[in-house]
Each structure stands twice: as C-alpha cells, then as structure tokens.
Design a protein around this ligand. Structure first.
Ligand SMILES: C[S@@+](CC[C@H](N)C(=O)[O-])C[C@H]1O[C@@H](n2cnc3c(N)ncnc32)[C@H](O)[C@@H]1O
Length: 346
C-alpha cells in the first residue's frame, strides 16, 4: 500500500514537472516547440531557462550601438527590390566574401591583392551575397548559398540602421527561428535530441545558439568545475581571433547549459545534417556575434538534427584523433554514423 502511495506521488510529480516544462516552452517566441518522450516519464531539467537573447555576464561588453552604422548607400528599391543588390556599395558587406569571378580588370585584381596582403578594406569589390534572392525549387529564397555553406566565411547581415529597409534579403537570422521544433528523448543513450516538424532545405536557417556570454577565464572556471561534459555547452566566440589578433583572454564564450534555446538539445554526429555559422550584424564588433545553425543538406521532417561538435575548418587537425585509445574521460560517441570517430570531442 505504502509502495503504491509512494509511486503515485512520484508519478504526480513527473506529470507536474512535464506540464510546467511545456508551459515554459509555450512562452518561447516564434513557432511552437514540442516535447515528446515515448521512452520514460522524465522531462528535461527545469533549471534551464529559455531566453530570446544572449545574457551578458560580468566582464563582457558589446560594442556601442553607435558603431552599428548600417549601409548608407543602399536603398530598398535598387532594381529588383531585394535591398542591397549592389554588393560593391553595401557597407555591411564590406567584409563579406569577395566574388573573385567578378573581378575583371587587372587594376581591380592588383587592388584586391594589395587589400589581401595588407588586410585593407574590400569595400568597392563585388561580394558574394549570402542568401539566395530569386526563389526556385532547389534554391529557395533565404537559404544560404553554397559558397557560405562550404567555406564558413562569416555572414554579415544588414541591420536596423541600414538604408536598405526592412525587407532587404540580407536579413534572415535576425528574424529568429521560423520552423517548428521538437525536443525528444532519443532512447539511444544520448539523452534528449532535437528534430524539426517540417522538411528543411539545404541552406535553411534553423535557430541560433543562445546562452550566457562569459569571459574566457569564467569559461575555464566553469569547465574545471563541471568536467568533460560541460564542454558540449560552451562555444567560444573566437572566429575573428586570428584576423583581429585578439588574445585568448579577450575571447568571449557562450554557455548554453542553464540558459538558452532549444538548440541546446542538438546532439553530435560524425556525419551531421546541420552546421553552426558565424552571423554578424555589426562588422565593427568582432567579439560578439550570433552562432546560427543551418541545414547542410535537405533534412526530412522528423529526422534528428545534429552537428559535429568538433566542426573543424577544412584541413584543420586532419589525421588527428584516429588513434585507438581514447583520451582520459572521453565519452563514447553513439551517433551511429558509418565513419564514426568513436569518441566525442576527438
Ligand atoms: C549539448 S548536449 C545535447 C543534449 C543532450 N543529449 C541532453 O539530453 O541534454 C551534449 C550532451 O549530449 C550527449 N551526446 C550528444 N551527442 C552524443 C553522441 N553522439 N553520443 C553520445 N552522447 C552524445 C553527451 O552527453 C553530451 O555531453
């Protein structure tokens, strides 16, 4: 009898926790986020708080909004009504990837080589626009073009101070998640995972990674206190470290363990269907930018969304991590990919 009473107390608590979690999910801005668990009665931790924006912690500073100047030579209607279509003029696209195929004269070529050698401005050069602007079945408007998908060059979107207007096609990630997601219990030893309720197309934006933005020193402190598993919630905002000569202690880190969004539940795969990209709205702030997930191939509704936690840039660390013995505290990878590297973070 006592056992039955105790059991029902636990069940009631589980039901209440689940209801509270779903209530909190319903408050998250944007399309609905579902919670599904067909394996047991557990619910993700209520210690986690959903936040729409980064929460800046002690010692973290964002560049003054006055530096977010926006493009001043563009306008909403420059011919095709897509905003910044004259990429040579667009101030926001100054640091976007130069479209070398459109550098035609020897003089331009020379100028470009000088800019590359000195790290000078590339304003005035034709740029690769990040998103498709003319929808077709394969190349949907707003999906990331193959160059950015493959190269992971930072994406510079327009902002509210731009003259290109609210409908400029160079605005996408800043509008937030546009797809319905589902947090689900994987039942395969990987805890919770994330999937999308609708088909995703290659290059489609899914969501950003949110969390507390902390200093590098605080991240080290939290990692030492939290152990190996803590690493999967920490993302360094170090994309511009080399090009801007930033010291390690100047780098900020996003911690999404206790505050963030649904992308916190994305598991690792050695053969992922998504990838994380750098998206900036202020070319003068190289220390805080968005981490945005895009699909890197078509993903049918219901397929688990995954990315490579060790997402190395091309050529970086090749041949590493293939030894038989795992490093101390290594977590076995359960992604199930044919070419699985066997351990997380290796
Ligand atoms: C960012 S969390 C992802 C969400 C997590 N599954 C949960 O239930 O909260 C990362 C953690 O998920 C687990 N995980 C993610 N991908 C995995 C994989 N391929 N194999 C084994 N565990 C994985 C590991 O415990 C890892 O530390």
């Amino acid at each position: 009898m006592l056992r039955v009473a105790r059991m029902s107390k636990i069940e009631t608590a589980n039901i209440l926790i689940r209801a509270e979690y779903i209530r909190r999910l319903s408050k998250v801005a944007g399309k609905k986020i579902h919670l599904v668990n067909v394996h047991d009665y557990t619910t993700p931790s209520l210690r986690f708080q959903y936040i729409p924006e980064y929460v800046l912690r002690e010692g973290v500073f964002r560049a003054d909004s006055a530096t977010q100047e926006g493009c001043q030579q563009c306008s909403p209607h420059m011919g095709r009504n897509i905003g910044c279509e004259y990429t040579k003029k667009c101030g926001c696209l100054e640091y976007a990837a130069v479209d070398v195929n459109r550098i035609t004269t020897a003089e331009m070529k020379q100028k470009y080589e000088n800019a590359l050698a000195t790290g000078g401005s590339t304003l005035g050069f034709p740029k690769k626009f990040p998103y498709f602007t003319d929808g077709t079945k394969r190349q949907r408007t707003g999906t990331l073009v193959p160059f950015y998908l493959d190269s992971r060059h930072p994406i510079y979107e327009c902002n509210d101070n731009c003259r290109c207007g609210p409908y400029c096609r160079n605005k996408n990630v800043q509008f937030g998640r546009q797809v319905e997601l589902e947090i689900f219990k994987t039942g395969s030893g990987r805890g919770w995972g994330l999937r999308c309720k609708e088909d995703l197309f290659v290059g489609q934006f899914i969501d950003t990674y949110r969390g507390e933005v902390i200093t590098d020193a605080e991240a080290t402190r939290r990692e030492q206190a939290g152990g190996q598993l803590k690493a999967s919630y920490l993302y360094s905002l170090d994309k511009h470290q080399e090009s801007e000569g930033l010291a390690q202690e100047e780098i900020y880190v996003v911690d999404g363990e206790f505050m963030g969004g649904p992308s916190k539940f994305m598991n690792h795969s050695c053969a992922p269907n998504c990838r994380q990209y750098t998206v900036s709205y202020n070319k003068h702030d190289n220390r805080i930018y968005d981490l945005a997930f895009f699909a890197i191939r078509d993903v049918p509704a219901g397929e688990e969304l995954t990315f490579d936690y060790l997402d190395k840039e091309e050529g970086e660390g090749e041949g590493e991590g293939e030894e038989e013995e795992p490093p101390d505290g290594a977590v076995p990878c359960l992604c199930g990919a044919e070419k699985c590297r066997r351990w997380l973070w290796q």
